[in-house]
Design a protein around this ligand. Structure first.
Ligand SMILES: [Zn+2]
Length: 93
């Protein structure tokens, strides 16, 4: 995750900063919607590309705000469920 975020920083940080939080967030939302549409079908290759787009825009947003995604994710989901503190999660649905 850290390596991917660093790569995205090198590729897009300048453009991401120019677009800003709001514009980048709108792209992320649009890509999440596209992923949702793709998940209704069965085209694995197209679905993989939509997952990639969602991760890319989420990462761009984190880069604009200076959020280390790997650190943030592992701080919250540190090999156990943050709610029940178990692994695997034992929360009731
Ligand atoms: Zn749980």
């Amino acid at each position: 995750m850290r390596e991917f975020q660093e790569m995205m920083k090198n590729l897009y940080l300048k453009r991401d900063l120019e677009r800003g939080v709001s514009g980048t967030f709108n792209w992320l939302v649009a890509e999440v919607a596209e992923l949702g549409e793709e998940l209704k079908g069965s085209n694995r290759e197209a679905t993989e590309k939509e997952f990639a787009d969602v991760i890319a825009w989420l990462t761009s947003l984190a880069n604009i705000r200076g959020i280390d995604l790997e650190k943030a994710a592992l701080n919250k989901y540190n090999y156990k469920c943050p709610k029940c503190q178990s692994s695997p999660c034992a929360c009731t649905f």
